[in-house]
Ligand binder design. Structure first.
Ligand SMILES: [Zn+2]
Length: 135
């Protein structure tokens, strides 16, 4: 296996395209159904971004629709593989700037000043009850 993403994409010549189509008997290399008309492209079976090459045995005809679905999945895998490689080499992603949140109030006084309703009231006051209702 070659290194990730080292092969540049190389288009096939018309002769190579025909050879590829015939080698696969006109079947889509992804879904296996017959390809009718011009709605196909030559697809990299192992994507270039995951170390696949441009040689014909890594290529197959695929419906444009099938190739689109595969490409979306491949891109996710390629991104993952690149992240794994970076981690392996100790390359860290750039530090992300944190969005500062509103700071918490430090003191009871501050809370009283910041809140338009005044300080939060306790739900019950067992000590004051005991004091005021002295039976
Ligand atoms: Zn297909």
């Amino acid at each position: 296996m070659s290194d990730l993403g080292t092969h540049p994409r190389k288009p096939l010549s018309p002769t190579q395209r025909l050879k590829l189509f015939e080698a696969h008997k006109g079947l889509c290399c992804l879904c296996g159904n017959r390809i009718i008309g011009a709605n196909w492209i030559d697809e990299h079976i192992r994507p270039l971004g995951l170390g696949g090459g441009n040689e014909l045995d890594n290529r197959g005809p695929a419906h444009i629709r099938c190739a689109g679905l595969k490409t979306a999945a491949d891109l996710r895998r390629i991104a993952k593989a690149k992240a794994q490689k970076k981690r392996h080499l100790g390359i860290r992603p750039p530090e992300q700037k944190k969005i500062p949140s509103r700071p918490f109030c430090d003191t009871y006084k501050e809370r009283r000043e910041l809140s338009p309703l005044g300080p939060p009231r306790p739900m019950f006051r067992p000590s004051t009850c005991a004091e005021s209702e002295d039976h």
